[in-house]
Structure formats: structure tokens, C-alpha cells
Design a protein around this ligand. Structure first.
Ligand SMILES: Cc1cc2nc3c(=O)[nH]c(=O)nc-3n(C[C@H](O)[C@H](O)[C@H](O)COP(=O)(O)OP(=O)(O)OC[C@H]3O[C@@H](n4cnc5c(N)ncnc54)[C@H](O)[C@@H]3O)c2cc1C
Length: 527
């Protein structure tokens, strides 16, 4: 098969890059190992329930959000979704309600943590700084930053980010959230610290001491900024993406695990799947974690990849419990999302800290009538899961599942009475279904030295016309961040600056319609 671009992996980053390239007239082949697209933002069906496999909440669907911008360019409709107005964080001795409404949240985040009037004042100043920084970060993100800087094009692209708001937060580029806590003399406030650490672990994969301030501020702001749940869960979002790509003439081959990427002497690549499909393409976009690259590419990249792999370090794994429950054990008006910390002063992983995500009461696409899905997830170190013998593995799986149920009972005391089906997922499960090395998910543990200016870039594999996208390259984890990595690869390939630019590439004479891509999409879709 001859195509213009071979995209490997139909996670959010690969789908975004593939659909945008197809939209611009590049004949794009998207190869996915699993029988469904989505990867860590995928879904599966079990006993009448449609579960989200990893990601459950979406950002970037509103106004100038990155998914909204992408779908607008594709000429496709976003799935219906509901704004999540409140998320509850349950600490051992208090519950904090994070409200989408700015004034309500501004009161709550001071009242719940202040021990006296002077501390209340310092808390207000700290949160004002978080708000201001997060606003600047969202505004910058909407303009599609391209980092780390790897050439004049990146420098030029980033000039557009410069604004008074952005300049006012730039001095914090080299500080952490922990530094900001110290500056506001809040570092000894244990409940505040535990609350921030729990939220940062979910959004930046690091706690306050190491999480970069700029990224951390955005991570701490996601609920105020606006998260949504698609009706029908992640399946609805991923299906909309796949349909948009296919409607443009793009070809998605499921159950096609790529086993070999071979650079060709005259340029371009041969991409081979385990089912024997061989694609020849002048360009490759790999939606793979950087940990997966060695061994897949037929070239000695050890020198090139040494530094990026060192920056990547070892990522977190996730343990997820998928529950199908009778609706009567969950109040209809309960927030869909909860963060629970069981005990202060203990590590967050393996169930001490848990994130709960419910389907909506009337979401019939996710659960049968009178039933709801509940995902409970926690961080876990990956290595232990691979070293354990089958008995130790099963025992540990049961132990962490039990701890997650205990965490969920903090919120829904009668939960166990309503459980109809229960499935655990470990790093071994994630490795099996997403192909990610050792089941490391959620991108990098974000520090000052592996993010932003020092992040891993799309071209860091050092091969010509080869782009790496996904949650281990800038800007990191989460579906909008992955979309941005795909958008950046598309910009590099097409030479475009923004998603608003008109698609104008006419197919070259040697790019005639093939059996693989029957018709170039331009005539049908140009706006
Ligand atoms: C438990 C959990 C909860 C999360 N919750 C949220 C959330 O609520 N909101 C949010 O925004 N983010 C969340 N995240 C993070 C988010 O899901 C990920 O950062 C994002 O989905 C990663 O997308 P990606 O494109 O980088 O790669 P992936 O999702 O890893 O996709 C890569 C794709 O490539 C395929 N593949 C791998 N190897 C090959 C091969 N050799 N050949 C062909 N195909 C291959 C895989 O099957 C997969 O489909 C969560 C993550 C986890 C694990």
C-alpha cells in the first residue's frame, strides 16, 4: 500500500493527526493494534455495560478548546456532552466541593483550608495566582504552542503566544507548585497539601514539590475551567473521531499491530503489521509512548533516544476497578466525579488516593436502565506487577481492589450492595490492551526538566519525516494535550500555522486515488 502518511496507533493523538492530515488532502493510513480505537481513552463492553477503559472526563470541547478546534476543521460534530458542575474531594477529615462557578469555588477553597484570618488572606493570594496563571496557560494553549523549540518554525509559532497575561506568568517558568506554597507560607497546611498533591497527581503525575508551577496551575484549575462527560462515555467521543476521519476518506485498519518500521534508502518508510500488511509512506507519525520506540524501528536510535528516555524515566501505572452498579446505591444528584484520600501521610498509590467517575443516571448508552457504571482508579508503580508470580499477582490485585472499594464507600456507603459486575485492570491489563511498555500510562511524571522548554519533542527520534505524538511528548497527558501533539505534527507536515487556515493542498499528480484511499477528500470537504 502506498500512502502519504502512515499513522501508527489510533489513540487520541494519532486520531487527531490522522484526521487533520486526511482533511488536508494527505492520503492517510491509520494502523491500530487493538480491535477498537481510543487507546487509554478507549472503551469496552462487558455484561451490558459500556465502560471507559481509562480517561473518563474530557476537556477541550468548549469554545476554543483543542478538540473543538479540531472537529471544526474536520467539519464534524462533537458528541453531546454534559458540563460537570461540581467535583468533590474527600479528605480523611473534610470534603471540599470544587465548583465550576468561580465565586462559589473561590469561597470554598479558602473556608475549607484556612486556620485563621491571616492564613485565609495568604490562601486567597495563592489561589489568585493559580487562577491568573491557569487563565494564561489556557489562552496560550488555544494558540497551539509548539515546544520544545527545535527550529525557527517553532520559535515563530510561539511568538503568537506572547501576551501581557502570558508575560506576567513567565517568571514562574522555572518554579514548582511547592515553591509557590512556600512563598505564601502554606507549605505546612497538611490538608491543603494533601488536596493539591492528589489533584496534581491526577493532572501532572507529580505532587506539588516537583510539579512545575505553570503546568500545575493549569492542572489545579481543570474543574473551574470546565470538564465534560460525553453522553455515552468515551465511546461516543472516539467514535465521532473515527467517523470524521473515515468520512474524509481516511483508512483505519484495526487489529493491525505494527511490528516493524524500516527507513528506506531513498527516503520514506516501510511499515509492516503482524498480519502482513506492508505500507510504504514518505512520512510516519507514531502515536506511541517513547518507551515503545526501541525495538520497533529498524535503525540504531540508541544514541538519539538516550536523552529523551532519560527524561521520560519510569511512568506511573494505573489500577482501575470497573463496576456496574444498581442505581439505587448512588443518589441521582451525586456529582459524577470524586477524589478520595483515605489516610494522610501515606503514599497516594495503590488505593490510598482514588478517582471516581460515574455515568449519568439517564445515560442508557453506558448502562442498562436502573444501572450505572462506576470507574475507580488509582496510581500504582508498574514494576511490581510484572515481577509477581501468578498467586502474588492475584492477591495484590484483590488487595488494591478492596482498598478502592473502601475508598468508594466513603462516598457511597451502600455501594457493595449494588455491585452487579466488577472487573479490575492492572498495568498488565493496560499493556495488553494499549500495547504500552510495561503498562506505563498517563504520560510522564511532569517535572521542570522534562516539560515545556525541556520536554520531549515530536522529532526527537531524529529520523527524517518521522513524528512522535501522544502523551509522552509535549505537552503531555490528557486528551487535549494529546490532541495538541497530533496538531503539532500536522502543522509540521502541512506547514500550516493554525487550525483556521484553509485546507488548500491539491493532490500532487503522483498522488492519484488508490484502492486504499479511493478519492482525495478535498473536493468533497473544502469549505
Ligand atoms: C486510568 C486512566 C484515567 C485517565 N483519565 C483521564 C481523563 O479523565 N481525562 C483525560 O483527559 N485523560 C485521562 N487519562 C490520560 C489519557 O487517557 C491519556 O493521556 C491519553 O488517552 C493518551 O493518548 P495517546 O494518544 O498518547 O496514546 P494511547 O492512548 O496510548 O494510544 C496509542 C494507541 O496505539 C496503539 N498501539 C500501540 N502499539 C501499537 C503498534 N505497535 N501498532 C499499532 N498500534 C499500536 C494502542 O493500541 C493505542 O490505541 C487517563 C489515563 C488513564 C490510564
Amino acid at each position: 500500500m502506498e500512502v502519504d502518511v502512515a499513522v501508527i496507533g489510533a489513540g487520541v493523538a494519532g486520531l487527531t493527526a490522522a484526521a487533520l492530515l486526511q482533511r488536508d488532502g494527505y492520503r492517510t493510513l491509520l494502523l491500530e493494534a487493538h480491535d477498537k480505537a481510543g487507546g487509554c481513552a478507549g472503551y469496552f463492553f462487558h455484561k451490558g455495560y459500556h465502560f471507559d477503559a481509562g480517561a473518563t472526563v474530557l476537556m477541550g470541547l468548549d469554545a476554543d478548546g483543542l478538540h473543538a478546534q479540531t472537529f471544526a476543521r474536520l467539519g464534524a460534530a462533537l458528541p453531546e456532552s454534559a458540563l460537570i458542575r461540581r467535583v468533590s474531594a474527600h479528605l480523611p477529615d473534610r470534603t471540599i466541593n470544587i465548583d465550576h462557578d468561580q465565586a462559589t469555588w473561590a469561597r470554598e477553597r479558602v473556608e475549607r483550608f484556612a486556620r485563621d484570618a491571616a492564613e485565609a488572606e495568604r490562601l486567597r493570594a495563592f489561589w489568585r495566582l493559580i487562577d491568573r496563571t491557569a487563565d494564561a496557560m489556557w489562552a496560550a494553549t488555544a494558540k497551539l504552542p509548539a515546544l520544545p523549540l527545535r527550529g525557527w518554525r517553532d520559535i515563530a509559532a510561539n511568538l503568537r503566544l506572547v501576551s501581557p497575561g502570558f508575560m506576567s506568568v513567565a517568571p514562574y517558568l522555572f518554579s514548582t507548585v511547592g515553591d509557590a506554597l512556600r512563598r505564601h507560607r502554606l507549605q505546612e497546611n497538611a490538608p491543603l497539601r494533601a488536596f493539591l498533591d492528589g489533584l496534581l497527581l491526577i493532572t501532572a503525575q507529580e505532587t506539588a514539590g516537583r510539579a512545575p508551577f505553570l503546568n500545575g496551575a493549569a492542572g489545579l484549575d481543570i474543574y473551574r475551567h470546565g470538564i465534560r462527560r460525553a453522553r455515552g462515555g468515551m465511546k461516543a467521543f472516539i467514535k465521532a473521531h473515527v467517523e470524521a476521519f473515515r468520512a474524509l476518506g481516511g483508512v483505519l485498519k484495526l487489529r493491525h499491530r505494527v511490528t516493524r518500521i524500516a527507513p528506506q534508502r531513498g527516503g520514506g518508510y516501510l511499515v509492516e503489521t503482524e498480519r502482513g500488511l506492508i505500507a510504504r509512506a514518505p512520512r510516519v507519525v507514531a502515536n506511541l509512548p517513547i518507551w515503545n520506540l526501541p525495538g520497533l524501528i529498524e535503525a540504531d536510535l540508541s544514541a538519539r533516544l538516550a536523552r529523551p528516555l532519560e527524561k521520560a524515566g519510569t511512568g506511573w501505572g494505573a489500577f482501575t476497578l470497573y463496576l456496574g452498579v444498581r442505581a439505587e446505591v448512588i443518589p441521582d444528584d451525586a456529582p459524577l466525579n470524586h477524589q478520595v484520600l483515605l489516610r494522610y501521610n501515606e503514599p497516594f498509590e495503590d488505593g490510598n488516593s482514588a478517582f471516581l467517575s460515574l455515568s449519568e443516571p439517564d445515560d442508557r448508552a453506558s448502562a442498562p436502565p436502573g444501572r450505572r457504571t462506576l470507574n475507580i482508579s488509582t496510581h500504582t508503580e508498574v514494576d511490581g506487577w510484572w515481577r509477581a508470580d501468578p498467586e502474588a499477582y492475584a492477591a495484590r490485585r484483590a488487595e488494591v481492589a478492596e482498598r478502592l472499594l473502601t475508598a468508594a464507600e466513603r462516598v457511597f456507603p451502600n455501594l457493595r450492595d449494588g455491585i452487579e459486575c466488577q472487573l479490575p485492570g492492572t498495568p498488565v491489563t493496560f499493556a495488553r490492551y494499549t500495547g504500552r511498555a510495561r503498562g506505563m500510562v498517563g504520560g510522564l511524571r511532569t517535572t521542570l526538566w522534562n516539560s515545556n522548554l525541556f520536554g520531549i519533542g515530536a522529532r526527537d527520534a531524529g529520523l527524517p519525516n518521522f513524528w512522535l505524538v501522544g502523551d509522552t511528548v509535549f505537552p503531555g497527558q490528557g486528551t487535549p494535550a494529546c490532541a495538541l501533539s497530533g496538531i503539532n505534527a500536522w502543522r509540521d507536515i502541512t506547514g500550516r500555522w493554525t487550525l483556521q487556515s484553509p485546507p488548500s493542498r491539491e493532490p500532487a499528480p503522483d498522488e492519484q486515488p488508490s484502492a486504499l484511499n479511493p478519492a482525495p477528500p478535498l473536493a468533497r470537504t473544502a469549505r
